[in-house]
Design a protein around this ligand. Structure first.
Ligand code: AHR
Length: 503
């Protein structure tokens, strides 16, 4: 049986955990907005047409920020289409997802939804088909109190207070050939720097995110980051990373090792950022915004979901509606652990996405909403991971994968909130056939006791929650978790994710 040992010591601090690590993402894509967060005829709809059952689930999920309105969608979006009287709003072809955008929901409505859900709004500007001027116009509309044409327009449209948006993405995945207005690193780096400079002239308090690579497999990965940073380093606060993973039939062990890829991704981008910074002595730090990450069965979209008939432009089609398994949730838990492990440099992140589209929350029009398997590790980590991340140095056996070489069977990360006297340890067992035992030296915590211990696992690693069986998979108690003589012992089932909270 695999075994792992580690030490939790509050002295070994990696970095403070920014709440923005627990962000999410709502794109105008499929049923994320329409029939997702917004369904005016639904029994739970509020006065703005937002589903209250969904808002409650978003609150339970513990989402800090929500990135909006895209994604690929933003690279063809005209933000003006989504403000003002609804009956006058245009219906546009969304080329990114081959859909018809009705513009019933735009910035003002979404900001209202975000406030109701208790989240911070993070906006993306269109640097695909548009540029500096349109970004400035949107910023003026969103953040200027009043007295200018666009801020007064917002007031006239029924939003007297500015939205006060701090986090702004300078375009989306501009390295991707699929992106409208895709550019070279050199062109994008210059455009991002110009846009950032102009936006800061209007509002110096903004936090700006330049696009890094769409994923680590992009042929330009690394060179893209370096070139963009050479142009934009002084103007930005974050460089973005995006990564999606999925299980290839027959390679569950490789899939479970996906967080190893995320670790390497983050570490190589940090190295590039610091290399560029070293050439600019005295410059402030640029961090990573990992603003798209998740499990996504992208091939299913390309093979089954995608509508390409030039005469058919569906409204809110059922696309990218992945149904997640226990194994997917274990990977999501592991990806969150990777983000936490790098809390010193990853200070914002967005799980992509939030509702219906590759999402932890699903809805049925006129029907119920439910939690996917991936909901549970996110909600629990967001609730328990407070304060700082601690370095834990796990000693465990390894197994071989085709994609990442030898990877640890057991993964672990710990967090510590000194003021609340709370510590949490998150554990994954990647073995597909054997439980693992873990011993954690917790003497450094004094007289700690186990306050809560939960595990996500199932005899069927491909079990899911569905409309018909919404509660098939959930968290289970972890009776093995106990402290004796300064050692916490836990047994982890095969293919499982566990959280233990100590007080
Ligand atoms: O989240 C789905 C899509 O994945 C986003 O629109 C895009 O940015 C990424 O490629």
């Amino acid at each position: 049986m695999p075994h792992a040992s580690l030490t939790i010591d509050p002295a070994f601090v990696v970095g403070a955990i920014d709440r923005r690590l627990f962000g999410s993402f709502v794109e105008h894509l499929g049923r994320a907005v329409y029939d997702g967060i917004y369904e005016p005829d639904h029994a739970t709809a509020d006065e703005d047409g937002f589903r209250k059952d969904v808002i409650e689930l978003v609150r339970e999920l513990g989402v800090s920020t929500v990135r909006y309105p895209g994604g690929n969608f933003v690279s063809g979006y005209r933000w003006e289409d989504g403000v003002g009287p609804r009956e006058q709003r245009p219906r546009r072809l969304d080329l990114a997802w081959h859909s018809l955008e009705t513009n019933e929901i735009g910035l003002d409505e979404f900001a209202r939804w975000s406030a109701k859900a208790g989240t911070e709004l993070m906006l993306a500007v269109n640097l695909g088909t548009r540029g500096v001027q349109e970004a400035l116009d949107l910023l003026e509309y969103a953040n200027v109190r009043s007295g200018s044409t666009l801020s007064d327009l917002r007031v006239a449209n029924g939003t007297p207070e500015p939205h006060g948006v701090v986090l702004w993405c300078l375009g989306n995945e501009m390295d991707g050939p699929w992106q409208l207005g895709h550019r070279s690193a050199d062109d994008y780096g210059k455009l991002a720097a110009q846009t950032a400079r102009a936006m800061r002239q209007l509002d110096p308090g903004l936090k700006l995110i330049a696009c890094g690579s769409s994923n680590r497999q992009m042929p330009t990965f690394g060179a893209w980051e370096r070139t963009v940073l050479e142009h934009a380093y002084d103007e930005i606060d974050y460089l973005s990373c995006h990564a999606y993973y999925h299980e290839t039939p027959g390679d569950l062990p490789g899939f479970l090792a996906s967080p190893v890829d995320m670790d390497r991704f983050i570490e190589s981008v940090v190295a590039t950022i610091d290399h560029v910074r070293a050439l600019r002595p005295g410059r402030r730090r640029v961090d990573i915004s990992f603003d798209e990450w998740n499990v996504w069965y992208v091939d299913r979209y390309h093979e089954e979901d995608k509508v390409t008939d030039p005469q058919v432009w569906p409204i809110a089609p059922r696309i990218l509606e992945d149904s997640y398994t226990v194994a997917d949730a274990v990977v999501v838990g592991g990806l969150l652990m990777s983000l936490l492990r790098h809390a010193d440099r990853v200070t914002a992140a967005s799980m992509a996405q939030l509702v219906n589209v590759i999402a932890p929350i699903m809805t049925e029009p006129g029907g119920p909403s439910w939690r996917q398997t991936t909901f549970f590790p996110f909600a629990t980590t967001s609730r328990l991971a407070r304060g700082v991340t601690l370095s834990v140095d796990v000693a465990t056996s390894t197994y071989e994968t085709a994609a990442y070489g030898d990877v640890p069977v057991v993964d672990a990360v710990a967090t510590h909130d000194a003021s609340a006297g709370e510590t949490a340890v998150f554990l994954v067992n990647r073995s597909v056939d054997s439980p693992a035992t873990v011993s954690v030296d917790v003497r450094g915590l004094g007289a700690a006791t186990v306050a809560e211990a939960v595990t996500l696992w199932d005899d069927d690693v491909h079990a899911r929650n569905t409309l018909d069986h919404p509660d098939r998979v959930g968290l289970r108690p972890t009776p093995s978790a106990a402290i004796d003589g300064g050692t916490l012992r836990v047994e982890l089932p095969p293919v499982s994710w566990t959280a233990v909270s100590l007080r």
